[in-house]
Design a protein around this ligand. Sequence first.
Ligand code: C2E
Ligand code: MG
Ligand code: MG
Ligand code: MG
Length: 282
Amino acid sequence: AAKGGGRGAFRFFEPELDQLMHVRRNLEKDLRKALARGEFELHYQPFVSVETGRICGYEALLRWHHPERGLVLPGEFIPLAEETGLILPMGEWVLRTACAEAAKWPSDLKIAINLSPAQFRGKELVSSIVGALANSGIASHRLELEVTETVIMHDSGAVFAALGQLRELGVRIALDDFGTGYSSLSFLQKFPFDKVKIDRSFVSELASATEESRRIARAVVRFATSLGKTSTAEGVETAEQLAILREEGCVEAQGYYFSRPLQASRIAPLAQRKAEAAIYAA
Ligand code: C2E
Ligand code: MG
Ligand code: MG
Ligand code: MG
């Protein structure tokens, strides 16, 4: 608004702001009911061994089937769920559902689950994970928890303690979206984790024509290897990207090149054949 426009200039934007607040309030109201109404669903996206093409496991990705708006992706409702605390019951549902689903799979397949920073602020995280493992009967080493650097920056004392306990149980910790946060190398050295997931933004830059494009991927893989961690590249969309990641020693890969996230009923045999074909083609 123009300076000195006074009340009038401000009012010009009011309807829009009002509209925005209205949309948000409605979304929040709907989100509160979504769990009880069974509107959530998990889709599963495989991550595969770069060397063999074998599927190592699947990452659970939350989907919301809104009665009027149709499919809503997590980017649109996870932030709101975090602000309102709804992420706690939702996260619990994700954990239980994903572990129960994984119990139906061959026992060499892992299940990766995304955790929000807010879930570490609640006191129940470790016990709810123990509960989900016990209920589903899956072995703890099949469970991989994905956390971002934001999680570990928040309240590192409590987070360290929780992650330490989980790792003692045999649960594995992956650092998601790696390279987009601000954590220092010395901090990461102390941080209890098992795997780095190279963020999609770096993977999408990979082109064989330029040596530069490889530098970050190479640095992350070497960083992980030197700390004794494993590496996954997320957002792999082309054979070219996969070939470069393989040359750089990246251990696992995930992305549309292999498979989009799939409904639980559609995952197993088809996905394995496609993943192998994709590896051989690269
Ligand atoms: P993320 O954990 O980094 O998941 C990867 C996102 O990239 C997913 O988006 C996935 O569908 C998408 N993706 C995978 N391969 C490709 C590719 O080749 N190209 C492109 N362009 N995209 C690809 P999605 O499902 O929309 O999830 C977005 C984010 O929402 C996730 O990022 C994760 O941080 C969060 N999220 C999803 N499910 C949950 C959940 O159950 N709990 C929590 N706390 N967060 C979740
Ligand atoms: Mg993830
Ligand atoms: Mg990620
Ligand atoms: Mg990402």
